[in-house]
Design a protein around this ligand. Sequence first.
Ligand SMILES: *Cc1c(COP(=O)(O)O)cnc(C)c1O
Length: 403
Amino acid sequence: MPFRPERESPPTAGMPLGLADLGGTAPAPLTALAAVWLGVDDVQLECSGTAALTVALTALAEDAPFRREVAIPAFTCPLVPLAIRRAGLVPRLVDLAPGHFDMDPQRLTDACGPATLAVVPTHLGGRIADVAAANAIAHRVGAVTIEDAAQALGARCEGGFAGTRGDIGFYSLAAGKGLSIFEGGLLVSRDETWHPRFRRAAKRIARWQPGWELRRSLELAAYALLYRPHGLGWAYGRPLRRALRRGDLLGAAGEHFSVDFPLHPVGRWRRAVGARAFHRLPAFIEATSRQARSRLPRLAAIPGLHAFSDEGGTWPYLMLRLPDQATRDAVLKRLWPSRHGVSRMFVHALPDYRYLDPMPGGEDVPHARDFAARTLTITNSPWLDDAAFEHVCAVIEAVIASR
Ligand SMILES: *Cc1c(COP(=O)(O)O)cnc(C)c1O
Protein backbone atom coordinates (compact mmCIF):
# COMPACT_ATOMS: atom_id res chain seq x y z
CA MET A 1 0.00 0.00 0.00
CA PRO A 2 1.42 3.44 -0.82
CA PHE A 3 2.23 5.60 2.19
CA ARG A 4 -0.38 8.37 2.44
CA PRO A 5 0.39 10.81 5.21
CA GLU A 6 -2.77 12.09 6.88
CA ARG A 7 -3.12 15.17 8.99
CA GLU A 8 -2.52 14.65 12.68
CA SER A 9 -2.75 17.10 15.57
CA PRO A 10 -0.11 17.00 18.31
CA PRO A 11 -1.32 16.50 21.91
CA THR A 12 -0.13 19.97 22.92
CA ALA A 13 0.15 23.29 21.11
CA GLY A 14 3.89 23.50 20.58
CA MET A 15 5.08 26.45 18.53
CA PRO A 16 6.21 25.13 15.14
CA LEU A 17 9.75 25.93 14.01
CA GLY A 18 10.47 27.15 10.50
CA LEU A 19 13.48 26.21 8.43
CA ALA A 20 14.65 29.83 8.80
CA ASP A 21 15.05 29.18 12.54
CA LEU A 22 17.73 26.61 11.82
CA GLY A 23 20.32 29.02 10.39
CA GLY A 24 21.35 32.65 10.09
CA THR A 25 22.08 35.19 12.75
CA ALA A 26 20.47 35.22 16.18
CA PRO A 27 19.12 38.56 17.46
CA ALA A 28 20.58 38.10 20.97
CA PRO A 29 21.31 35.17 23.27
CA LEU A 30 18.21 33.10 24.12
CA THR A 31 18.68 33.73 27.84
CA ALA A 32 18.86 37.51 27.31
CA LEU A 33 15.68 37.52 25.21
CA ALA A 34 13.89 35.46 27.85
CA ALA A 35 15.13 37.71 30.70
CA VAL A 36 13.91 40.89 29.00
CA TRP A 37 10.53 39.39 28.18
CA LEU A 38 9.99 37.91 31.64
CA GLY A 39 11.26 41.07 33.33
CA VAL A 40 13.94 39.31 35.38
CA ASP A 41 17.66 40.06 35.86
CA ASP A 42 18.96 36.70 34.86
CA VAL A 43 17.90 33.51 33.11
CA GLN A 44 19.96 30.34 33.18
CA LEU A 45 19.61 27.77 30.40
CA GLU A 46 19.81 24.05 31.21
CA CYS A 47 19.30 20.95 29.07
CA SER A 48 15.73 20.35 30.33
CA GLY A 49 13.20 21.65 32.81
CA THR A 50 14.12 18.66 34.94
CA ALA A 51 17.79 19.65 34.78
CA ALA A 52 16.92 23.24 35.77
CA LEU A 53 15.07 21.94 38.83
CA THR A 54 17.94 19.57 39.69
CA VAL A 55 20.47 22.40 39.48
CA ALA A 56 18.40 24.70 41.72
CA LEU A 57 17.82 21.99 44.32
CA THR A 58 21.46 20.90 44.31
CA ALA A 59 22.55 24.47 45.09
CA LEU A 60 19.86 25.04 47.75
CA ALA A 61 20.61 21.74 49.50
CA GLU A 62 24.25 22.70 50.07
CA ASP A 63 23.28 25.55 52.39
CA ALA A 64 20.61 23.70 54.33
CA PRO A 65 21.92 20.26 55.21
CA PHE A 66 19.03 19.50 57.57
CA ARG A 67 16.31 20.33 55.10
CA ARG A 68 15.94 17.21 52.98
CA GLU A 69 12.34 17.32 51.72
CA VAL A 70 10.69 18.93 48.73
CA ALA A 71 6.88 19.13 48.80
CA ILE A 72 5.25 18.48 45.42
CA PRO A 73 1.75 17.76 44.13
CA ALA A 74 0.99 14.02 44.09
CA PHE A 75 -0.14 14.43 40.48
CA THR A 76 2.57 16.00 38.34
CA CYS A 77 5.24 15.07 35.82
CA PRO A 78 7.15 11.98 37.09
CA LEU A 79 10.38 13.79 36.16
CA VAL A 80 9.86 16.12 39.13
CA PRO A 81 10.47 13.46 41.83
CA LEU A 82 13.33 12.09 39.70
CA ALA A 83 14.98 15.54 39.78
CA ILE A 84 14.51 15.79 43.55
CA ARG A 85 16.12 12.38 44.07
CA ARG A 86 18.95 13.26 41.71
CA ALA A 87 19.72 16.25 43.94
CA GLY A 88 19.97 13.85 46.90
CA LEU A 89 16.64 14.96 48.38
CA VAL A 90 13.30 13.36 49.24
CA PRO A 91 10.03 14.16 47.43
CA ARG A 92 7.12 14.57 49.86
CA LEU A 93 3.80 14.09 48.11
CA VAL A 94 0.93 16.45 48.81
CA ASP A 95 -2.61 15.52 47.81
CA LEU A 96 -4.58 17.79 45.51
CA ALA A 97 -7.64 19.84 46.39
CA PRO A 98 -10.73 17.77 45.47
CA GLY A 99 -11.34 17.79 41.72
CA HIS A 100 -8.49 20.26 41.18
CA PHE A 101 -4.91 20.17 39.89
CA ASP A 102 -3.47 22.39 42.66
CA MET A 103 -2.25 21.20 46.04
CA ASP A 104 -4.74 21.27 48.91
CA PRO A 105 -3.47 24.17 51.09
CA GLN A 106 -4.27 22.36 54.33
CA ARG A 107 -2.45 19.24 53.16
CA LEU A 108 0.49 21.36 52.08
CA THR A 109 0.59 23.06 55.48
CA ASP A 110 0.58 19.65 57.18
CA ALA A 111 3.40 18.42 54.91
CA CYS A 112 5.73 21.34 55.66
CA GLY A 113 8.06 21.62 58.63
CA PRO A 114 11.69 22.04 59.66
CA ALA A 115 12.77 19.36 57.15
CA THR A 116 11.20 21.17 54.19
CA LEU A 117 13.69 22.69 51.78
CA ALA A 118 11.27 23.74 49.06
CA VAL A 119 7.64 23.67 47.93
CA VAL A 120 6.77 23.29 44.25
CA PRO A 121 3.50 24.99 43.20
CA THR A 122 2.78 23.69 39.69
CA HIS A 123 1.07 25.48 36.81
CA LEU A 124 -0.17 22.29 35.24
CA GLY A 125 -0.88 22.56 31.54
CA GLY A 126 -0.72 26.36 31.62
CA ARG A 127 -3.39 26.60 34.35
CA ILE A 128 -2.48 28.91 37.19
CA ALA A 129 -1.64 27.49 40.62
CA ASP A 130 -1.99 29.50 43.83
CA VAL A 131 1.61 30.67 44.26
CA ALA A 132 0.74 33.23 46.95
CA ALA A 133 -0.64 30.46 49.18
CA ALA A 134 2.42 28.27 48.54
CA ASN A 135 4.73 31.21 49.33
CA ALA A 136 2.96 31.87 52.63
CA ILE A 137 3.04 28.21 53.69
CA ALA A 138 6.67 27.67 52.62
CA HIS A 139 8.02 30.88 54.14
CA ARG A 140 6.33 30.17 57.46
CA VAL A 141 8.61 27.14 57.90
CA GLY A 142 11.72 28.77 56.39
CA ALA A 143 11.45 26.96 53.03
CA VAL A 144 11.48 28.44 49.53
CA THR A 145 9.05 28.04 46.64
CA ILE A 146 10.09 26.73 43.24
CA GLU A 147 7.36 27.38 40.68
CA ASP A 148 7.01 24.58 38.16
CA ALA A 149 6.08 26.61 35.10
CA ALA A 150 7.32 23.86 32.77
CA GLN A 151 4.11 24.03 30.75
CA ALA A 152 3.40 27.70 31.39
CA LEU A 153 6.06 29.88 29.74
CA GLY A 154 4.29 33.19 29.06
CA ALA A 155 1.38 32.65 31.47
CA ARG A 156 0.39 35.63 33.65
CA CYS A 157 -0.09 35.16 37.36
CA GLU A 158 -0.57 37.54 40.29
CA GLY A 159 0.48 40.62 38.31
CA GLY A 160 3.53 39.15 36.57
CA PHE A 161 4.70 36.11 34.67
CA ALA A 162 4.07 32.65 36.10
CA GLY A 163 7.47 31.35 37.17
CA THR A 164 8.51 34.73 38.64
CA ARG A 165 6.03 34.92 41.55
CA GLY A 166 7.76 32.35 43.74
CA ASP A 167 11.36 32.45 44.97
CA ILE A 168 12.58 30.35 42.05
CA GLY A 169 10.91 29.20 38.84
CA PHE A 170 11.63 26.98 35.87
CA TYR A 171 10.27 26.49 32.36
CA SER A 172 10.57 23.60 29.94
CA LEU A 173 11.68 23.98 26.32
CA ALA A 174 10.94 20.33 25.54
CA ALA A 175 9.27 19.19 22.33
CA GLY A 176 5.65 20.29 22.30
CA LYS A 177 5.92 22.71 25.22
CA GLY A 178 5.48 26.13 23.60
CA LEU A 179 8.92 27.30 22.56
CA SER A 180 11.14 24.29 22.02
CA ILE A 181 14.79 23.47 21.38
CA PHE A 182 13.74 19.80 21.60
CA GLU A 183 14.96 19.58 25.20
CA GLY A 184 15.83 22.58 27.32
CA GLY A 185 14.92 24.42 30.49
CA LEU A 186 15.07 27.96 31.82
CA LEU A 187 15.80 28.74 35.45
CA VAL A 188 14.96 32.06 37.12
CA SER A 189 15.19 33.29 40.70
CA ARG A 190 14.24 36.35 42.65
CA ASP A 191 17.33 36.50 44.88
CA GLU A 192 20.32 37.53 42.80
CA THR A 193 22.78 35.97 45.22
CA TRP A 194 21.46 32.63 43.98
CA HIS A 195 22.43 33.23 40.36
CA PRO A 196 26.17 32.51 40.79
CA ARG A 197 25.36 29.57 43.08
CA PHE A 198 23.06 28.03 40.47
CA ARG A 199 25.77 28.53 37.83
CA ARG A 200 28.38 26.82 40.01
CA ALA A 201 26.03 23.92 40.72
CA ALA A 202 25.35 23.52 36.99
CA LYS A 203 29.05 23.52 36.20
CA ARG A 204 29.58 20.76 38.67
CA ILE A 205 26.70 18.43 37.77
CA ALA A 206 26.08 19.22 34.07
CA ARG A 207 29.29 18.39 32.19
CA TRP A 208 29.72 18.81 28.47
CA GLN A 209 28.55 15.68 26.65
CA PRO A 210 29.06 15.91 22.88
CA GLY A 211 27.11 12.69 22.28
CA TRP A 212 23.97 14.03 23.95
CA GLU A 213 24.28 17.40 22.25
CA LEU A 214 24.70 15.78 18.83
CA ARG A 215 21.64 13.63 19.46
CA ARG A 216 19.54 16.59 20.62
CA SER A 217 20.64 18.61 17.59
CA LEU A 218 19.51 15.87 15.20
CA GLU A 219 16.25 15.54 17.14
CA LEU A 220 15.70 19.28 16.94
CA ALA A 221 16.28 19.28 13.17
CA ALA A 222 13.82 16.38 12.78
CA TYR A 223 11.32 18.23 15.00
CA ALA A 224 11.55 21.34 12.81
CA LEU A 225 10.88 19.17 9.75
CA LEU A 226 8.15 16.90 11.13
CA TYR A 227 6.25 19.11 13.60
CA ARG A 228 3.56 19.92 11.03
CA PRO A 229 0.22 18.26 10.24
CA HIS A 230 1.55 15.75 7.74
CA GLY A 231 4.75 14.91 9.62
CA LEU A 232 3.10 14.24 12.97
CA GLY A 233 1.17 11.20 11.76
CA TRP A 234 4.49 9.52 11.19
CA ALA A 235 6.53 10.98 14.05
CA TYR A 236 3.82 11.02 16.76
CA GLY A 237 0.66 9.21 15.67
CA ARG A 238 2.16 5.94 14.48
CA PRO A 239 4.16 5.21 17.64
CA LEU A 240 1.19 6.41 19.75
CA ARG A 241 -1.23 3.95 18.15
CA ARG A 242 1.33 1.15 18.32
CA ALA A 243 1.77 1.78 22.07
CA LEU A 244 -2.01 1.86 22.61
CA ARG A 245 -2.45 -1.43 20.74
CA ARG A 246 0.11 -3.00 23.07
CA GLY A 247 -1.65 -1.51 26.10
CA ASP A 248 1.49 0.51 26.87
CA LEU A 249 -0.13 3.60 28.39
CA LEU A 250 3.14 5.10 29.60
CA GLY A 251 4.56 4.74 26.10
CA ALA A 252 1.46 6.36 24.61
CA ALA A 253 1.80 9.30 27.00
CA GLY A 254 5.60 9.51 26.57
CA GLU A 255 6.31 8.74 30.21
CA HIS A 256 8.99 6.06 30.11
CA PHE A 257 11.37 8.33 31.99
CA SER A 258 14.78 7.34 33.22
CA VAL A 259 16.35 7.95 36.61
CA ASP A 260 19.53 8.70 34.63
CA PHE A 261 18.13 11.64 32.70
CA PRO A 262 20.92 13.57 30.97
CA LEU A 263 22.60 16.62 32.55
CA HIS A 264 24.77 18.63 30.16
CA PRO A 265 25.11 22.17 28.82
CA VAL A 266 23.10 23.14 25.71
CA GLY A 267 25.20 23.71 22.61
CA ARG A 268 25.46 26.93 20.65
CA TRP A 269 23.40 25.84 17.64
CA ARG A 270 20.35 24.84 19.65
CA ARG A 271 20.56 28.03 21.70
CA ALA A 272 20.56 30.05 18.49
CA VAL A 273 17.54 28.16 17.13
CA GLY A 274 15.61 29.09 20.28
CA ALA A 275 16.75 32.70 20.03
CA ARG A 276 15.67 33.01 16.39
CA ALA A 277 12.21 31.57 17.11
CA PHE A 278 11.72 33.53 20.34
CA HIS A 279 10.15 36.66 18.80
CA ARG A 280 7.17 34.61 17.54
CA LEU A 281 6.25 33.31 20.99
CA PRO A 282 4.04 36.21 22.25
CA ALA A 283 1.89 36.15 19.10
CA PHE A 284 1.66 32.37 19.24
CA ILE A 285 0.48 32.53 22.87
CA GLU A 286 -2.03 35.23 21.89
CA ALA A 287 -3.43 33.16 19.01
CA THR A 288 -3.68 29.93 20.99
CA SER A 289 -5.32 31.79 23.91
CA ARG A 290 -7.90 33.22 21.53
CA GLN A 291 -8.62 29.78 20.12
CA ALA A 292 -8.96 28.22 23.60
CA ARG A 293 -11.31 30.95 24.79
CA SER A 294 -13.49 30.54 21.72
CA ARG A 295 -13.76 26.80 22.37
CA LEU A 296 -14.43 26.81 26.12
CA PRO A 297 -18.17 27.69 25.80
CA ARG A 298 -18.81 24.59 23.65
CA LEU A 299 -17.23 22.42 26.36
CA ALA A 300 -19.06 24.24 29.16
CA ALA A 301 -22.35 23.36 27.45
CA ILE A 302 -21.74 19.62 27.87
CA PRO A 303 -23.50 18.46 31.06
CA GLY A 304 -21.23 16.73 33.53
CA LEU A 305 -18.04 18.03 31.93
CA HIS A 306 -15.71 20.53 33.59
CA ALA A 307 -13.16 22.48 31.52
CA PHE A 308 -10.46 24.21 33.58
CA SER A 309 -10.01 27.89 32.86
CA ASP A 310 -8.48 31.04 34.31
CA GLU A 311 -7.56 34.57 33.35
CA GLY A 312 -3.87 34.64 32.60
CA GLY A 313 -2.80 31.10 31.76
CA THR A 314 -1.39 29.67 28.54
CA TRP A 315 -3.24 27.02 26.57
CA PRO A 316 -1.20 24.04 25.41
CA TYR A 317 -4.41 22.01 25.68
CA LEU A 318 -7.89 22.12 27.16
CA MET A 319 -7.90 20.23 30.46
CA LEU A 320 -11.16 18.38 31.11
CA ARG A 321 -12.59 16.57 34.13
CA LEU A 322 -15.25 13.94 33.48
CA PRO A 323 -17.94 12.62 35.84
CA ASP A 324 -16.16 9.32 36.59
CA GLN A 325 -13.32 7.09 35.46
CA ALA A 326 -15.50 4.75 33.37
CA THR A 327 -16.79 7.67 31.29
CA ARG A 328 -13.32 9.13 30.91
CA ASP A 329 -11.96 5.75 29.81
CA ALA A 330 -14.81 5.27 27.32
CA VAL A 331 -14.03 8.67 25.77
CA LEU A 332 -10.32 7.90 25.60
CA LYS A 333 -10.98 4.53 24.01
CA ARG A 334 -12.53 6.34 21.08
CA LEU A 335 -10.42 9.47 20.92
CA TRP A 336 -6.87 8.71 22.15
CA PRO A 337 -6.03 6.69 19.01
CA SER A 338 -7.73 9.30 16.79
CA ARG A 339 -5.72 11.94 14.95
CA HIS A 340 -7.28 14.76 16.95
CA GLY A 341 -4.74 15.32 19.72
CA VAL A 342 -6.79 13.88 22.58
CA SER A 343 -4.58 12.54 25.34
CA ARG A 344 -3.88 12.29 29.03
CA MET A 345 -1.74 14.67 31.01
CA PHE A 346 0.00 12.09 33.15
CA VAL A 347 -1.17 8.50 33.32
CA HIS A 348 -0.98 8.02 37.08
CA ALA A 349 -0.78 9.79 40.38
CA LEU A 350 2.90 9.65 41.41
CA PRO A 351 2.66 6.69 43.88
CA ASP A 352 1.37 4.51 41.02
CA TYR A 353 4.45 4.69 38.76
CA ARG A 354 6.40 1.50 39.23
CA TYR A 355 9.71 3.15 38.37
CA LEU A 356 9.32 5.66 41.21
CA ASP A 357 10.20 4.20 44.58
CA PRO A 358 7.72 4.87 47.41
CA MET A 359 7.66 8.47 48.58
CA PRO A 360 6.54 9.91 51.94
CA GLY A 361 2.96 11.18 51.77
CA GLY A 362 2.16 8.75 48.96
CA GLU A 363 0.01 6.51 51.14
CA ASP A 364 -2.79 9.09 51.31
CA VAL A 365 -3.48 10.85 48.00
CA PRO A 366 -7.09 10.00 47.05
CA HIS A 367 -7.72 13.28 45.23
CA ALA A 368 -4.60 12.94 43.08
CA ARG A 369 -5.69 9.43 42.09
CA ASP A 370 -9.20 10.65 41.36
CA PHE A 371 -7.81 13.48 39.22
CA ALA A 372 -5.61 11.07 37.26
CA ALA A 373 -8.62 8.80 36.72
CA ARG A 374 -11.10 11.44 35.56
CA THR A 375 -9.15 13.89 33.40
CA LEU A 376 -8.17 14.06 29.75
CA THR A 377 -6.88 16.74 27.42
CA ILE A 378 -7.81 18.05 23.97
CA THR A 379 -4.96 19.67 22.11
CA ASN A 380 -5.11 23.41 21.56
CA SER A 381 -2.90 23.20 18.50
CA PRO A 382 -4.11 25.49 15.70
CA TRP A 383 -4.01 22.39 13.48
CA LEU A 384 -7.09 20.95 15.21
CA ASP A 385 -9.61 22.77 13.01
CA ASP A 386 -13.15 23.66 14.07
CA ALA A 387 -14.72 20.62 12.40
CA ALA A 388 -12.34 18.23 14.17
CA PHE A 389 -12.88 20.03 17.49
CA GLU A 390 -16.65 19.72 17.02
CA HIS A 391 -16.24 16.00 16.31
CA VAL A 392 -14.28 15.57 19.55
CA CYS A 393 -16.96 17.47 21.51
CA ALA A 394 -19.75 15.42 19.94
CA VAL A 395 -18.03 12.15 20.92
CA ILE A 396 -17.56 13.34 24.53
CA GLU A 397 -21.16 14.54 24.67
CA ALA A 398 -22.51 11.25 23.30
CA VAL A 399 -20.42 9.10 25.65
CA ILE A 400 -21.49 11.11 28.72
CA ALA A 401 -25.15 11.01 27.61
CA SER A 402 -25.06 7.25 27.08
CA ARG A 403 -24.02 6.47 30.65
C1 LIG B 1 7.45 18.53 31.24
C2 LIG B 1 7.33 18.87 32.66
C3 LIG B 1 8.45 18.91 33.49
C4 LIG B 1 9.83 18.54 33.03
O1 LIG B 1 10.30 19.36 32.00
P1 LIG B 1 11.34 18.73 30.93
O2 LIG B 1 11.81 19.92 30.16
O3 LIG B 1 10.57 17.78 30.10
O4 LIG B 1 12.41 18.09 31.69
C5 LIG B 1 8.25 19.27 34.81
N1 LIG B 1 7.04 19.57 35.29
C6 LIG B 1 5.93 19.54 34.52
C7 LIG B 1 4.60 19.90 35.11
C8 LIG B 1 6.04 19.18 33.18
O5 LIG B 1 4.94 19.15 32.42
